[in-house]
Design a protein around this ligand. Structure first.
Ligand code: PAF
Length: 281
């Protein structure tokens, strides 16, 4: 695995590969890698000749400085996982490398995506995500970029940016990877105790309950039952649970035959903010 810490060295290396018409896939990450990330790497390997993984804990997408500070950074382990997984290139820039101009500002029109759910709860978060992903796309000019369905709204935001700016990259959405018991894998799970991990299983149970009843029971009833299930577990603080139309993320009360739906859930367990979602049809 080749490791680059500067934009220039990465670009020089990629220029040579491009001369040989290699198909390039990018897997952007913030490190603290787990099976979910490795599944993105595996997906990227299937569709491209060269896979670049980036590890960069992007400060502009953290609206809470404490969250940024606490974000896990097990870099040696991450490098070993990527090398074992057959990653071709690791891009590992510093904050100064990615943001040489401290006063740099960024705003992309994201419409409602910036105002609802994660957009509402984490003001500025998606602006920071699009800012760094745009930088990574410009730098690496990938044919394909792989993102996890786990961050459902993030994928929509990135797809929105790609369409809006006409970027020549295909966004590949990869399914959520769960533990055998159902916990959606996330770098944040590292901060949960063993008891917390067991408690957090209630999130996927609640979503599964909605999926199983979808189309059979009223939406409001299903949502209520799922909330009760989470409440019964105790010490789970739900930020939002919504059953939404998939292309707009607008919450719905009724189902329409030709539309697709997703249940979105964000909840706190042991001071860790967990996100999960389930595609319903
Ligand atoms: O999903 C993430 O890990 C981050 O939001 C991303 C896409 C790497 C941008 O920093």
């Amino acid at each position: 695995m080749e490791i680059f810490k500067t934009k220039q060295s990465l670009q020089d290396y990629l220029a040579d590969l491009r001369k040989n018409h290699k198909k390039i896939a990018l897997v952007p990450t913030m490190g603290a890698l787990h099976e979910g990330h490795l599944s993105l790497l595996a997906e990227a390997q299937k569709v491209a000749d060269i896979v670049i993984c980036s590890i960069f804990v992007n400060p502009t997408q953290f609206n809470d400085p404490k969250d940024l500070e606490k974000y896990p950074r097990p870099i040696q382990n991450d490098m070993a996982l990527l090398a074992d997984g057959g990653c071709d290139i690791l891009f590992l820039p510093s904050v100064e490398e990615m943001y040489p101009d401290k006063a740099e500002s960024w705003y992309l029109e994201l419409g409602d995506l910036d105002k609802i759910w994660e957009g509402e709860k984490r003001p500025g978060h998606f602006q920071g995500v699009t800012q760094v992903v745009y930088k990574l796309f410009s730098l690496t000019q990938p044919d394909i970029a792989c993102f996890g369905q786990k961050d459902f709204q993030q994928v929509m935001v990135i797809q929105h940016m790609v369409t809006l700016l006409g970027l020549p990259v295909h966004i590949q959405i990869c399914p959520i990877i769960r533990s055998a018991e159902g916990l959606a894998l996330s770098s944040r799970n590292m901060r949960l105790s063993e008891a917390g991990k067991i408690k957090a299983l209630a999130l996927s149970r609640a979503l599964k309950h909605i999926k199983e009843g979808f189309g059979k029971e009223a939406i409001a009833t299903l949502r209520q039952e799922a909330l009760q299930l989470l409440d019964a577990e105790g010490e789970i603080n739900v930020e939002y649970l919504a059953i939404c139309e998939s292309s707009t993320l607008q919450e719905v009360q009724e189902i329409e035959a030709d539309k697709n739906y997703v249940a979105l859930l964000t909840a706190w367990v042991e001071e860790v903010r967990l996100l999960d979602n389930m595609i319903l049809n």
